[in-house]
Design a binder for this molecule. Structure first.
Ligand SMILES: C[S@@+](CC[C@H](N)C(=O)[O-])C[C@H]1O[C@@H](n2cnc3c(N)ncnc32)[C@H](O)[C@@H]1O
Length: 226
């Protein structure tokens, strides 16, 4: 199945809101770190339900927000959750961003970047549209060090690029972005049942679940356009 077909189905089944709820645990910490100033133009790559853009409009007074998603159904759902005229949801793909050079102040992406069919091309596009000093906050739960995520491509049924922390840094630099920081944001909100409730359908042991959420969590890599 293509990424578009997969996520069209998720959106049609209303699973975009469940995804938002789970991702919000760590996404909100990444969003809170973004140096958004009044009036800035923001891009959310792979926006899903579009919650990140709406949050930045509400909390950081972003001037203009664009959420871009390959799935028309996701973009349609996202549009239905707001009537803010400064928030726009577009259908498009990471490798062909419909924006002029140097036109975006900050970009955010949560649990989406690794679906890019050509992640290097996606980073080059991003470097093109970011204004000098603009930032890219790239958050992923699927990455090499997080061994508990390795089976996801078979589970979801679409291709994903599994980079290590070092590979993310190198790819950002190769695309012409400085790496301003990289760290893991633990998910402290997910409920982890008591030891006697394991194994479960998803977890062999409580330790594995603790490691996945509290030790690995979300990998955040921050790039800055020169
Ligand atoms: C796992 S969802 C995450 C959605 C949202 N960012 C969140 O945190 O809930 C990944 C989203 O990225 C979108 N996506 C994947 N590859 C894409 C691409 N190449 N171009 C645009 N959107 C893409 C999918 O359609 C999907 O809505």
């Amino acid at each position: 199945m293509s990424v578009r077909e997969e996520f069209d189905q998720w959106a049609a089944e209303g699973r975009d809101r469940g995804m938002e709820e789970r991702h919000w645990h760590t996404a909100k910490h990444a969003l809170a770190r973004m140096p958004v100033a009044d009036g800035d133009t923001i891009l959310d790559l792979g926006c899903g339900s579009g919650y990140a853009g709406r949050a930045l409009r509400e909390t950081a007074d972003a001037g203009r927000v664009y959420g871009l998603d390959a799935s028309p159904e996701m973009a349609r759902n996202a549009r239905s959750y707001t009537d803010d005229p400064r928030v726009t949801y577009l259908v498009g793909d990471f490798e062909h961003l419909p924006f002029a050079d140097d036109s975006i102040d900050h970009c955010f992406s949560m649990e989406a970047f690794y679906y890019a069919s050509d992640p290097h091309a996606a980073l080059s596009e991003l470097a093109r549209v970011l204004r000098p000093g603009g930032t890219f906050y790239c958050a992923v739960n699927f990455y090499e060090e997080n061994v508990h995520s390795h089976h996801w491509p078979e589970m979801v049924g679409v291709e994903m690029t599994r980079w290590s922390e070092r590979e993310y840094r190198r790819a950002f630099r190769d695309a012409g972005l400085y790496v301003a920081g990289q760290d893991r944001i633990p998910d402290r909100e997910i409920t982890i049942p008591s030891a006697d409730e394991f194994p479960t359908e998803d977890w062999e042991s409580r330790d594995a679940m603790v490691e996945r959420y509290r030790t690995y969590g979300t990998l955040l890599t921050v790039g800055v356009a020169p």
